[in-house]
Design a protein. Structure first.
Length: 183
């Protein structure tokens, strides 16, 4: 692509350059990342503080412990000498279809009853904008939010035991159409 289609090559490298430090999870293992049965366990383990059998047992009972052991056997989770369990892959990336499934699973864990507390927040705004505005919002979300979020998530000063997730979503209410096209 670089030699024969330099413009496409430039677009490809620019649009995915922010993902270069992530490891893609293969299709066989991704089934665990999108399964409601394993979702909480994988998310707890893939934090900097990891998880423990006590934490899994308290939140998910014996079936959770069985699933935890299965994930260790499958090689998705590893246990350190202090009996803390972590995700084997530090920074991972899934296909877009798998990411959509994980967003839906994450929303099941959003505690609306705690909205407004220090535990979570949600912002919702509607507006009408043009195509350039859509592009600008996407760039803002991808670049600025991600960079600033990582400054907090990866800062040793903020490391702790509170398991947290963040999501930034943006979409349109109606399907996009070009001016003058029939629906």
């Amino acid at each position: 692509m670089k030699e024969f289609h330099p413009q496409i090559f430039k677009l490809m490298t620019n649009s995915s350059s922010h993902n270069s430090e992530y490891e893609y999870i293969d299709k066989k293992q991704s089934q665990y990342f999108t399964s409601e049965n394993y979702f909480l366990i994988i998310n707890l383990a893939n934090t900097t503080s990891g998880t423990t059998r006590d934490e899994i047992s308290y939140n998910l009972g014996m079936i959770g412990l069985e699933r935890l052991e299965h994930l260790i056997e499958e090689g998705l989770l590893i246990e350190d000498k202090n009996n803390r369990i972590y995700g084997k892959t530090d920074k991972y990336k899934l296909s877009f279809s798998d990411t959509k499934k994980r967003i839906l699973l994450s929303m099941k864990h959003y505690r609306l009853s705690e909205a407004g507390s220090e535990n979570n927040w949600m912002s919702f705004q509607t507006e009408s904008i043009n195509k350039e505005g859509l592009i600008a919002l996407k760039k803002l979300a991808q670049k600025h939010f991600m960079e600033r979020k990582e400054r907090i998530y990866e800062n040793p000063m903020y490391k702790g035991d509170i398991k947290h997730f963040s999501a930034c979503i943006s979409s349109t209410f109606l399907p996009y159409r070009r001016e003058g096209e029939l629906q």
